[in-house]
Structures are given as C-alpha cells and as structure tokens.
Design a binder for this molecule. Structure first.
Ligand code: PBG
Length: 312
C-alpha cells in the first residue's frame, strides 16, 4: 500500500530485431531469448507482446551485409527492412501497439558509424548526416511508425527530424530522442545482434557522451526538448540512475531509459550459472530504473516481465 514505485506492464517497451534475407528467426548468442526476426515472425512476436499487455515495441532493422553502403541508403529505402517490418506489424496488430523505430545509420553503413564520413577528415560529418536522418524518419513514418527514435547522437538531429516530419504531413508522429546516450561498453551484445562493427576498430566517442560527465547530459536533454523531442531517453539505464533522476526533475516530457543489451546479458549469464535468480534481478533492476524517475523502460526483459507482472 505504501510502495512508492510500481512497475507495471504499461511501463515497458520491447526492442526487437528484424533481419533481411532470413528464412527463419535466428537466436543471438550473447542475448539469450532474443532473436533476429523475419518480418513474419516479428509480427507474431508483437502480437504475443500485445496480448501480454506490453504497450510499445521498437524495431531495429538489419539489412543484408551486401546491401550496406557508405550512406546507409537501405535505412531510408521505402522497401528497406525496417519499413517492411513496420508495415507487416501494423497490418497484423493494427493500432493495438505503439510502434516505434530506431532511426540511425550504423546498422546500414559499411563503416559502421552512425553518420556519414567526411572523406577529407575521415571523421563522422554531423551536418551531412542530418538530411539522411530526416529521410529515415519520413520513410519510417510513411511505413506506419508512431514514434521515431533517433539514436545516432548527431547535434541537431531532433530538430531536423521534427521539421522533416511536420513538413510532410507527419505532424502526429512523435520523436523519442536518445538524448543522453553514453559511449558505453554495455552495447557489446547489441552490436552482435545487429551485426554492427566499426571498421578500423574505431569508436563512437566523438558523438556519444563521456561516462564521467553528468551535467553534460542536461545540455543534451535540454537541446532535444527545445528541438521538439516528445520523449527523452537516457541510456544505458543502471549506470545512469543519477542522470535519470536529474532529467526527471528538469523536464516535463516523458523520460525513457534503455536497459541495454549488456545489462540484460549480464543478468542472463549469471542466472544461467545459477549464480542469481534472473527473474528477481530483472524485476529489481527495472523497478530501480523507475524509482530513479523513468516513465518508460526499454528492456529485452519486457516479455518476461510482462509474464511475471501479469501472472501470465
Ligand atoms: C545505434 C544504437 C545502439 C543501441 C541502440 N541504438 C548501438 C550503439 O550506439 O552502439 C544499443 C542498444 C543496446 O545495447 O541494447 N543504432
């Protein structure tokens, strides 16, 4: 009766991978229980999650290796894998789910960066990337996305996307901004799942945040809110509880937190060895993320937590 925090199924968003060119779903070794889906199997999975009461899913499209190019053009192709998956899911479950799409280039580029590369400097070109993000967002909205979620941490990405959506009849499509996103080693299993590898052993420290900085997150979050973000996200979750609390205090839009692949994989690995109770730890961690101030949590535990929370 006096509990201050209640985790419910309404708080959960399930990340789902959809890969092009698969005949059947494929397990991801470093993310037990997570699959690379086909467009058909992802629609069935979303239907299952909706039946469990999960209100939202976020799709990550993965192109065939031979379809990657330096601009990541399959990310904004009208018949790209994300766009086809969005349409298939929408067809199957109608309006019963909030359908989100990760809006980024790294899965689609040959070099694995979240933006295009300036040939002179060899660095990611922030401003040249913005029109491509705008094109991704438009194509995802056309394919049926309710929410686009820019995760590439380019300066100005939210404004560019908001303008692109508003000027093409998609004023009702929301932007969930990966606002405070740290350059984290906890994304390791995701890169496995998404088959993303940065060529030449590079990293994302030029555009993702330094884990040592807390106030910097507020600069990022405020910019995104000013540019029109409808939801701001903090990522990863457990190493950013202080940041989640700061953001919750400072802004009035919903705050999401992403319990990322490495956070999920650690719990699964320890549970597999019998070293801890995976279900109990999942409940504890995601409840703590809510206690810190998150309104929504993106987690690979979404389906399992929905079962636990609803007794299904
Ligand atoms: C970028 C993106 C990443 C994740 C979500 N969007 C990878 C990265 O920034 O390297 C990571 C999610 C996770 O680890 O679960 N498209």
């Amino acid at each position: 009766m006096v509990a201050e925090t209640r985790l419910t199924v309404d708080d959960l968003i399930a990340p789902l991978f959809v890969a092009d060119g698969l005949d059947e779903p494929r397990p991801v070794a470093s993310l037990p229980g997570v699959l690379q889906h086909t467009t058909a199997s992802v629609a069935i999975e979303v239907e299952r999650l909706v039946a469990l009461g999960v209100p939202g899913v976020i799709l990550f499209g993965l192109p065939r290796a031979e379809d990657k190019d330096p601009e990541g053009s399959q990310a904004f192709a009208p018949d790209g894998i994300t766009q086809r998956a969005l349409a298939t899911v929408r067809d199957r479950v109608g309006e019963s789910v909030v359908l989100m799409a990760d809006c980024c280039l790294d899965e689609f580029t040959t070099h694995g960066h979240c933006g295009v590369i300036d040939p002179r400097s060899g660095q990611v070109d922030n401003d040249a990337t913005l029109p491509l993000y705008a094109a991704i967002a438009r194509s995802q909205a056309n394919a049926g996305a309710d929410v686009v979620a820019p995760s590439g941490m380019m300066d100005g990405q939210v404004g560019a996307i908001r303008y692109a959506l508003d000027s093409t009849g998609h004023a009702g499509t929301a932007v969930m901004a990966y606002a405070a996103k740290y350059a984290s080693a906890l994304y390791g299993p995701f890169r496995d799942a998404a088959q993303v590898e940065i060529a030449d052993g590079g990293d994302r420290r030029a555009y993702q945040q330094d884990i040592r900085n807390r106030r910097e997150s507020m600069v990022e979050v405020r910019l995104d809110v000013d540019e029109g973000a409808d939801v701001v996200m903090v990522k990863p979750a457990l190493t950013s509880l202080d940041v989640i609390a700061d953001v919750r205090e400072a802004v009035d839009v919903p705050v999401a937190a992403y319990h990322v692949s490495g956070e999920y994989a650690m719990v699964c690995a320890a549970a597999e060895r019998g070293w801890l109770d995976g279900d109990a730890v999942a409940l504890e961690q995601i409840t703590a993320v809510k206690r810190a101030g998150a309104d929504l949590v993106l987690t690979y535990f979404a389906g399992r937590l929905a079962e636990l929370l609803t007794g299904a």
